[in-house]
Design a protein around this ligand. Structure first.
Ligand code: AHG
Ligand code: MN
Ligand code: MN
Ligand code: MN
Length: 335
């Protein structure tokens, strides 16, 4: 059943608590903490244009505090919120070299979940007032509760995710997430600080006509991607397709999920594993895509079936409308 619109995120979380695979209020509290940190980051992102007035990274502000780059600010905001609320036993972040172990006040490690996060995605777009985002991924730890987390708890394949989502700081601020029962999108009403269910049961159109890729790297692309781009540009049937590339994965993905399209960041001659990070970017987006009827692959295999071997591992990424991903996979496999 499609959830009713205009519900608040708080109401939605309570009503749908029973659908979590490992019921307990813990995962609900965790998602609640993320939405809270997202409001703090949203407030800071909205002020980014005032940087000349308020000071840039490296400056000292009027209170004598050091100004931070927004991705550092976002990283700290998420880590602090999740740590203070004693809600997870570990965090891994794009901005941290190693994972963080979290102990409760009593010094134990009783929480069940680990969070992996890209605190600010598309950070090169901040200076030019273009949408950025946050991506998060949640797993149940695999080592024993009560013991400190280990690397193993973070290096799980994407098919073990219990929840994943993103926040988009766009013309509106939205949070879009899944717990494995479809995808729902909530829009922030900034006047009262409440998120409302605005996009219930989001679906990736099976086909689309938008392709999103940094074509400046064309000469370095594998032949299969070059052939696919030529296919998109060919005058035939419903083609040529439209090219749209913001350079923020969250924003490019969000548009494509609503309108139908494909996002591609392939391996290149320079970067044989592509650029995007498997754990912080590709797995969570793949989970959302699949839950909305889309598809995500590295050109040859399902993203969520890749067994990670390191925290900051990269992978080529093809994600979006199912038919489009399958088409580019055909081109990749022919070459
Ligand atoms: P981040 O800002 O978290 O480091 O991620 C940037 C990523 C992704 O958001 C975006 O799609 C891609 O990098 C853009 O890369 P190019 O500038 O190489 O196209
Ligand atoms: Mn990113
Ligand atoms: Mn980032
Ligand atoms: Mn980065």
């Amino acid at each position: 059943m499609t959830p009713q619109k205009n519900k608040t995120l708080g109401e939605f979380i309570i009503e749908n608590q029973s659908e979590f695979r490992y019921s307990s209020g813990e995962l609900s509290r965790l998602i609640n903490s993320i939405r809270l940190a997202a409001k703090v980051v949203n407030h800071e992102v909205n002020k980014a244009g005032l940087v000349d007035i308020l000071g840039t990274a490296g400056d000292t502000n009027v209170q004598g505090e050091d100004q931070q780059k927004l991705d550092v600010f976002a990283n700290n905001a998420f880590i602090k919120t999740l740590t203070n609320r004693e809600i997870v036993c570990g965090i891994a972040s794009e901005e941290e070299d190693d994972f963080i172990t979290i102990k409760g006040r009593s010094g134990n490690n009783d929480n069940k979940y680990v969070v992996l996060i890209d605190p600010l995605d598309g950070s090169s777009n901040i200076d030019v007032n273009v949408s950025v985002g946050t991506i998060f991924s949640i797993y149940r730890r695999i080592t024993h509760e009560g013991t400190p987390v280990t690397l193993e708890d973070f290096l799980q394949p994407g098919n073990k995710q219990v929840a994943a989502g993103y926040i988009i700081y766009g013309t509106s601020t939205m949070i879009v997430y899944t717990t494995g029962h479809g995808v729902n999108g909530f829009t922030l009403n900034p006047a009262i600080g409440t998120y409302y269910l605005s996009h219930p049961n989001m679906q990736f159109p099976v086909d689309g006509n938008i392709y999103s890729v940094n074509e400046g790297n064309y000469v370095h692309f594998p032949q299969g991607v070059k052939d696919y781009i030529k296919y998109c540009q060919k005058e035939e049937d419903d083609r040529p397709y439209t090219s749209r590339y913001i350079g923020s994965l969250v924003s490019d993905f969000h548009r494509n999920m609503i309108k139908g399209g494909i996002y591609i960041y392939p391996n290149t001659a320079k970067d044989p594993n592509g650029k995007l990070r498997l754990l912080y970017e590709c797995n969570p987006m793949a989970f959302i895509a699949e839950q909305a009827g889309g598809k995500a692959s590295n050109g040859f295999e399902r993203i969520m079936d890749i067994q990670p071997t390191e925290l900051h591992q990269r992978t080529p990424f093809f994600c979006g409308s199912k038919n489009m991903v399958e088409k580019v996979e055909n081109f990749m496999q022919l070459t």
